[in-house]
Structures are given as structure tokens and as C-alpha cells.
Write a protein that binds this ligand. Structure first.
Ligand SMILES: [Zn+2]
Length: 206
């Protein structure tokens, strides 16, 4: 759930908080009727609920959630959604289709627009029907969630996403790292605020 991080600038540095304080933590002047150099705004929450994003590729931490448990991109689990928002994933339990709350806080890697719907579902059905997604077939390092999603994306033939999917390294560099890097900034801000209530960013003073 979006914790509602607020950002504003009063007399200098950017200030982040969950709710606007009565006075500026930098100059201590009252903030009612204050002249903000940057008006308070809500920092965009980067995570989505997978089931609300049909025909999408999504990632989440293998265990726990991004905001509290995410450490680095090695711990990520990837899945896809059908045109109805059902999550399809391959892990040590084999292939599963479900509408899981465990995918309530994930990052959207990409999604296909409406006209792709039928082709998306048909390709997904045909990849799922292949005889290599049982719990016994699963190998943590060599035949895992990425193997399933990348095979699907290559078969799908959907632009740069499918081209990148031919190599796990390219796919990570082009689609995963940029998103986890930007989400990482939000996560570290959230953890600072949870600890201290307010955060003054003195690194980028104008
Ligand atoms: Zn101030």
C-alpha cells in the first residue's frame, strides 16, 4: 500500500515526510502560510498490484515484499499476467495460475496493449502446455521463473521486450535494473522515514 510520502522545499533542501510538519525542520519557521520554494507533492509510489495489470510482466522479491524485505536484484521472482489479470508463474512448485495477494506489491516491467490480448493468451497457453514446467523440472539456477517468462516473451515476438528476452543478461540490463534502481530510491527513502519520521536531503542543495 502507498505510504504517501510527501516532498517539499521551503528554505533550501528537499524535505521528505509522511505528513507535513508544523514548522520547517531546517529554518524552524512555521509552515502555515509559508512560501514554499517547492509546493508539497506526493512522491509517486512505484509498485502495482499485478492482478490489475493484464498482459504484463511483473517482478517481486522471492520472499517478502519490496518495501520491507528487498535487498538486491538477485532475489527477484518474475511472472506474467493473462488478459484477465491471472498471475502465471513457475517456481519450485511447478507452474501455477492464481490471483495471489502475494503479487500485491510488484514492479511492472512492461505490458502489451489491448490488440495483443488474444495473441498474448494463446502464446502463454502454448508455452504452459510444454512438458518442462513440473516441480521436478525446476532448477534454482538454470531452469527457473526467468526460463519460463523469457521463453514466453521470445515466442510472443513483442518488440524490444522479446528481443531482450533472448538473453537473460540483456533482459535484466534493459528491463529489470532500471526499474529496481528507481524503486530502490523510493524504498530507501521509505526506510529512512520509517526510522526517523522526516528526512532532509542535503545532498542536492541548489
Ligand atoms: Zn525552512
Amino acid at each position: 500500500m502507498d505510504p504517501g510520502i510527501i516532498c517539499f522545499q521551503h528554505c533550501g533542501p528537499k524535505i521528505f515526510c509522511f505528513s507535513l510538519p508544523d514548522s520547517c525542520p531546517v529554518c524552524e519557521k512555521a509552515l502555515d502560510n509559508a512560501n514554499f520554494s517547492l509546493l508539497p507533492f506526493r512522491v509517486p509510489y512505484p509498485f502495482v498490484q499485478a492482478s490489475q495489470y493484464p498482459c504484463a510482466v511483473v517482478i517481486k522479491p522471492t520472499t517478502g515484499d519490496f518495501m520491507n524485505d528487498y535487498f538486491n536484484s538477485k532475489d527477484l521472482h518474475v511472472g506474467v499476467t493473462t488478459s484477465k489479470g491471472t498471475i502465471v508463474e513457475f517456481d519450485k512448485n511447478g507452474l501455477r495460475h492464481h490471483a495471489s495477494l502475494q503479487w500485491g506489491q510488484c514492479l511492472l516491467l512492461d505490458r502489451a496493449p489491448g490488440p495483443w490480448r488474444d495473441h498474448w493468451d494463446a502464446t502463454l497457453r502454448s508455452v504452459c502446455a510444454e512438458d518442462c514446467w513440473s516441480p521436478e523440472d525446476y532448477r534454482e539456477n538454470s531452469h527457473n521463473c526467468y526460463s519460463f517468462v523469457l521463453k514466453f516473451l521470445v515466442d510472443l515476438g513483442y518488440g524490444s521486450l522479446s528481443r531482450a528476452a533472448k538473453s537473460r543478461t540483456h533482459f535484466c540490463e534493459e528491463f529489470i535494473i532500471p526499474r529496481t534502481t528507481s524503486a530502490g530510491k523510493y524504498i530507501s527513502l521509505y526506510r529512512k522515514l520509517k526510522k526517523n519520521g522526516i528526512y532532509v536531503d542535503r545532498t542536492k542543495m541548489d
